[in-house]
Design a binder for this molecule. Sequence first.
Ligand SMILES: Cc1ncc(COP(=O)(O)O)c(C=O)c1O
Length: 479
Amino acid sequence: MSGTAPGRAPGAGGAAGPAPVPPVALVGDGLPVPCVDGAERPYLSLDTAASTSALPQVAARVQEFLPWYSSVHRGAGHKSQRSTAAYEAARAALMAFAGRSEDDVAIICRNTTEAINHLAYRLRLHREDVVVTTVVEHHANLLPWSRAATCRYVECGADGTFSVGDVVAALDGGPAPRLLAITGASNITGWMPPVDEIAAEAHRRGVPVALDAAQLAPHRPLPTSPDFVAFSGHKMYAPFGAGVLIGPRRAFADGDPFLAGGGAVDLVDLDEVVWSQPPEREEAGSPNVVGAVALHAAVDTLQTIGWPALVGHDEEVARRLRTGVAAIPGVRLLGPPPGAATLPVATFTVAGMPHALVAARLAAEHAIGVRHGCFCAHPYLIRLLGLDDAALGRFRGQVRQGDRSAMPGAVRASGGIDTTAADVDRFLDALARLASGEPAPVEYRQDPRTGDYHPAGPAGAAYTDLLAPSDGHGGCSPG
Ligand SMILES: Cc1ncc(COP(=O)(O)O)c(C=O)c1O
């Protein structure tokens, strides 16, 4: 664990002590990393929308718990009992964090993607069933629905937003939908649809609502209006592999579960199974107890800090980041205007410079980590970039040939609880230098298989030798 990075409050170790005030340093913040000029610079992660480092409180809770780790729900031993208690306490804390009642149940799973796939299976959809969803969604909230049912999509405008009326029109189009699946916040623009108003319209029509809260959960109180909600620990400072699906208990009371196996059954004979009641019915196999403990510590810490401080910090970072990006000549901010209420996310293009090169230069020359590509939300990015069918057809053909060198995309900088004003200014300064045409200190070569750029020549070799070798797989921006 690094020391406290400049400008950030130390993260107190245990639950005791005064609540830290954002910005709060995360585990590993400010670690020096190598750059292509041979110097080391403190690493700046502006990729929190992808994954976050751990809160110190989360790391401390995991450390405290590990000596007590054992199997849950399966052992009479003291450690098993303690682990079971910790796991069930985590479940209760997640329910409270999401503002849920006893009528609901929290199913602990791996992440939002698994949670939504789990739900799509459990709703027993048929191809002729209609799910209304939106073009703003992450693939995690598109593909499970389009695989199981027929989707009707809410379109967005050029600024990447839609209105409540647009959702109502999709709900009212025939045939009547079985579900509305919607994001709480976009992972590309940070835009937050008015979920409560939208859910009220869906409920007025008897349509249940599933909320993808992967981005929203670390930044805003979760709306309680949707029937189902899913979020991931690794996006909210608990990167230990647990996520959650919460929904009405009755939705999981009948039928066979998503995963079949041990722990989900009361009695098994070779020709008959008596499934347990939820949540156990939905959690076959040995659960991720450490992940659940970490997620519990994360929601405890966020609640101790309190939403007013968290939201105030987010708004300040969002304003500084987005107005700063939009003001740089040659840089185009995608989505709503810089002053709009969004999460602290700025996705942009730089005139004349491929997105993958911008990201590579920010990393290699400035030690700044951002994401580039299409952010697992291709339909949304295609719309934000304004690509037409002819361009799309060309890209599709190239990708099918294994050539990703001309893949469309953008660059995303995203902040979180640890982002300081100085971090944002450091990033804006680096971006302005790149956008102004500052020559690169080394040559960069593109790997057509991934589309990524890597520094070349002796300096580049010294830099890339420190990193994982690429065999064409695992590029920076798969969908
Ligand atoms: C809006 C949104 N939904 C869903 C996901 C999928 O989350 P996970 O990878 O944790 O399953 C992401 C991840 O980036 C996301 O941003």
